[in-house]
Design a binder for this molecule. Structure first.
Ligand SMILES: [Zn+2]
Length: 480
């Protein structure tokens, strides 16, 4: 069962109300507790989101389908008709980023990173792969090092992943995700964000996450301060006639538990403290849900919310977020609520008229452009909120010197954060999936570090600290 997000907030408010009505005997974790409420929408961000239109998305997916195949191996086919194959698609994607850059006075740096993937697995011969990405540099010199990133893969496949020539429209998988990256660039290039946003289209996903692996390693080796990676893969809202179980008001967000990149010692500590549900990727997933409550409020008539799935990906499947997880970055995957496997990774088969057999193939007729637009809006709102926020508190620790029933936390301000920020302590019961309570705290300074003590037992709840600016932009919560 999927409860609307308002349900849990209602339940929390009820618990607080009942406890105060009963009198003095309330659990310690309700001391100073306010239920989590949606942040106020930023009118500038809300206006930027209006640039995201289903018609743009339709145009993008039509153009990408028009390249016949975008199989990664087609980069080595020298006798394809002009305008066909993945190299032509790469040119087109780069040209779209260039066009958006022209419309914002050159605000985007467009990069084409072409490299040769050696033969292995699903790569039969050394193969040219091109990643395309556009960087919107942060306007604040002290914050520009902080980065958030959105990605989709522009390569496609059919039944035989090694088939470099057969028609492989890849409308949902993953022209839809590329459309999200382009729409985020279109919308956010209208803003002056203090920190940096990167808009990405990678190739090689179907052959073995080659493009994203290359980019994630580059980001790691160059020391990119990536706070969030949003991977959109199969976000077309598959529209198959007769499918009554596809819901258009939700998108799944997959996140890893114990981080793939955790060292054995870090994993041991997470097990010891019950922190297997609090990886940075999972805090990012919760922040996406928080953003949805702000920009898709229940009363707006546009019901749309992420469903947080607490596993790295679907059964038997993988995606580009995993490449970033491997390099130690917080990264999640957006995917439509219910996939139709007749319309993924299949040779195109159109049955004869009157046949009961299904149409096979990842065709554009099964993509819902309105749905993709909502996914793009949620991505763009999340990227903007995080880019505008003060960033993440550093060196967050919980004092564990003595056995006691209170909690003391220490942290350093986010690097580069300006004046006027404040901090919220968040907490939840250990069995709750999302943050339940918050309290704005006025930390003391202890040896340069912020410190706060609350009369709540650290044994029964999970705490986090987040930094918030004067306009209410919330940074990612950090668990000690
Ligand atoms: Zn895919």
């Amino acid at each position: 069962m999927h409860f609307p997000p308002t349900f849990s907030r209602f339940a929390v408010a009820l618990v607080i109300l009942l406890s105060s009505a009963i009198g003095s005997a309330q659990p310690d974790f309700l001391a100073g507790a306010k239920p989590i409420v949606a942040a106020p929408p930023d009118p500038v961000v809300a206006r930027a989101l209006e640039a995201i239109q289903p018609a743009n998305i339709e145009q993008t997916i039509k153009a990408l389908v028009g390249f016949g195949t975008r199989n990664t191996l087609s980069s080595m086919e020298t006798d394809l008709p002009p305008g066909q194959g993945i190299n032509a698609a790469a040119d087109w994607v780069a040209a779209q980023f260039e066009r958006i850059a022209q419309q914002c006075g050159g605000c985007l740096e467009v990069h084409r990173d072409t490299f040769t993937e050696p033969a292995a697995g699903r790569i039969p011969q050394p193969t040219t792969i091109t990643n395309i990405y556009a960087i919107l540099r942060g306007a604040d010199p002290s914050e520009a090092k902080r980065m958030v990133l959105v990605t989709g893969h522009y390569d496609s496949r059919i039944t035989n992943v090694m088939d470099a020539r057969g028609a492989a429209p890849g409308a949902n998988d993953d022209a839809s995700g590329v459309a999200v990256s382009l729409e985020c660039a279109r919308a956010l290039s209208k803003l002056h964000l203090p920190s940096t946003v990167v808009f990405v289209a990678v190739a090689g996903e179907e052959q073995g996450l080659n493009g994203s692996s290359h980019l994630a390693k580059l980001a790691h080796s160059e020391g990119w301060q990536l706070e969030a990676v949003l991977n959109n893969d199969i976000v077309g809202g598959n529209t198959t006639p007769g499918d009554t179980l596809q819901f258009k008001d939700r998108v799944r967000v997959f996140s890893e538990g114990v981080p793939t990149a955790a060292t054995p010692e870090q994993a041991r500590r997470m097990r010891a403290l019950g922190q297997e549900n609090d990886s940075p990727s999972r805090e990012l997933a919760r922040a996406i849900a928080d953003t949805a409550r702000t920009y898709f409020p229940a009363a707006s008539g546009t019901a749309f919310a992420p469903v947080l799935v607490f596993r790295p990906d679907r059964y038997l499947r993988g995606g580009d977020h995993t490449s970033f997880n491997r390099e130690g970055f917080a990264a999640v995957r957006f995917t439509e609520w219910r996939e139709d496997f007749n319309h993924q990774h299949q040779n195109i088969v159109i049955p004869e008229a009157g046949s009961k057999d299904p149409i096979l193939g990842d065709l554009i007729q099964f993509v819902d452009f309105n749905y993709v637009a909502n996914v793009a809006r949620l991505n763009a709102a999340t990227l903007a909120t995080l880019a505008l926020s003060p960033g993440e508190p550093a060196n967050v620790t919980i004092v564990t010197k003595n056995l006691d029933n209170g909690t003391t936390l220490h942290w350093d301000p986010p690097a580069g954060a300006g004046a006027g920020i404040h901090y919220e302590l968040l907490w939840r019961e250990t069995s709750a999936p999302d943050w339940q309570f918050s309290q704005t705290v006025a930390p003391q300074t202890d040896g340069g570090q912020a410190t706060v003590t609350v009369p709540i037992s650290k044994d029964n709840v999970i705490f986090a600290v987040r930094a918030v600016d004067t306009s209410g932009h919330r940074g990612l919560p950090v668990v000690p």
